[in-house]
Design a protein around this ligand. Structure first.
Ligand SMILES: *Cc1c(COP(=O)(O)O)cnc(C)c1O
Length: 365
């Protein structure tokens, strides 16, 4: 147990009241008023025409790929620098993940690397908006248009992130969100799929609910899934979403404070994509060399401060390792990156402790 955890849910709004409403009314399963309310509020808030709530962010990705018609024989371009779920979902549908490298400054998917990997079987790009930043959606959309590829956005880490004024997740055919306990808003476990088109949204809902035929009771016309969200989770989500603007404001202030206080250390912060308004999910820094990363994490751990390493590049994990390709930029970022405590109610004295210990670490060297 760390004295200062890297993340912590904040349930200080109407979460309790709404959950008690589920219990008092006995609507605790995957039907109930909060589901429709949460979906509608989420669609309104992001500016998407359709939002379907699901049981987590990983199944959201699975449904998005299925609804986009991706399957065996297809290749999907995906950054190697991401959470493993983005890649696993591609395998779930029987398609082949093709890894691409990242940009050195923003750490987001590189559209130049995308072009290097487009081939005759490429069907889609699964773009991931890392750590609350945004990919260069303008460049990605251009590559997708030029090569006839479907754009799917993994926005698990980017609730509240905008690109050229629009919420990320409204650029692709489909996009996905996660409400795990350490995400910007949480439902415990949960996720959302946004669709730009009504028929795509219908496919998502059909597959989410066991492939139940719309016009015949207990009749199923495709192999579907039970990927539904519960009313209890939606109740928590609805309460979280009511407060999202203030949560994002606190996250922005925390990220600014970290940048100011650590400005004269040799740490590098994530750069912003031109046109992005970040939501600062995780304040993440790179040490100047890979050799300093683990000692800095240990130094902080000894002071009771929990940190995380940046994602390990997925192409190095046993089930995806081919040994043939190198992704030098993603590999370098992953070797030097640290996620700092980023929950928006981090007390000032905890921020002092973290920053003082980081400064001490570097001044002793
Ligand atoms: C958290 C996360 C997911 C998966 O979400 P779960 O709700 O934990 O299944 C997918 N992609 C990225 C990039 C994430 O950070």
């Amino acid at each position: 147990m760390y004295r200062i955890p890297v993340y912590q849910p904040d349930l200080s709004g109407r979460e309790r009241e709404y959950v008690l409403d589920c219990i008092d009314s006995t609507w605790i399963s995957s039907k109930g008023r909060f589901l429709g309310e949460f979906e509608q509020a989420f669609a309104n808030w992001t500016g998407s025409p359709h939002a379907a709530a699901v049981s987590n962010g990983t199944v959201a990705l699975h449904l998005a790929l299925l609804a986009a018609g991706i399957g065996p024989g297809d290749e999907v371009l995906v950054p190697t620098l991401t959470y493993v779920a983005s890649v696993n979902a591609i395998r779930y549908v029987g398609a082949t993940p093709v890894f691409v490298d990242s940009l050195a400054d923003t750490w987001q998917l590189s559209s130049a690397s995308l072009l290097d990997h487009v081939g005759p079987r490429t069907r889609a790009v699964l773009a991931v908006h890392l750590y609350g930043g945004s990919c260069d959606l303008h460049a990605l959309a251009a590559v997708c248009e030029q090569h006839g590829l479907v754009l799917i956005e993994d926005c698990a880490e980017a609730i509240g992130t905008r690109y050229q004024g629009a919420h990320v997740g409204t650029f692709g055919l489909l996009s996905t969100f996660s409400f795990f306990g350490n995400k910007t808003i949480t439902t415990g476990e949960g996720g959302m799929v946004l669709s730009r088109l009504a028929d795509v949204d219908e496919r998502v809902r059909h597959l989410r609910g066991q492939g139940l035929a719309p016009d015949r009771e207990y009749w199923h016309d495709v192999v579907g899934y039970n990927y539904r969200m519960t009313n209890i989770c939606a109740a928590i989500g609805a309460a979280q979403l009511e407060r999202i603007d203030s949560i994002l404001e606190m996250k922005r202030r925390l990220a600014d404070a970290y940048r100011q206080r650590l400005a004269d250390t040799p740490l590098t912060f994530q750069a912003q994509t031109t046109g992005e308004e970040p939501s600062y999910w995780m304040v993440t820094v790179l040490t100047p060399t890979a050799e300093l990363r683990d000692p800095l994490r240990t130094h902080l751990a000894e002071a009771g401060v929990e940190t995380r390493p940046i994602f390990h590049p997925v192409h190095t994990m046993p089930m995806y390792r081919s040994g043939e390709e190198a992704f030098p930029i993603a590999t370098d970022i992953a070797a030097r990156g640290i996620n700092l405590p980023s929950w928006h109610r981090l007390p000032d004295d905890a921020l002092d402790t973290i920053c003082d210990h980081i400064r001490k670490f570097f001044s002793a060297r």
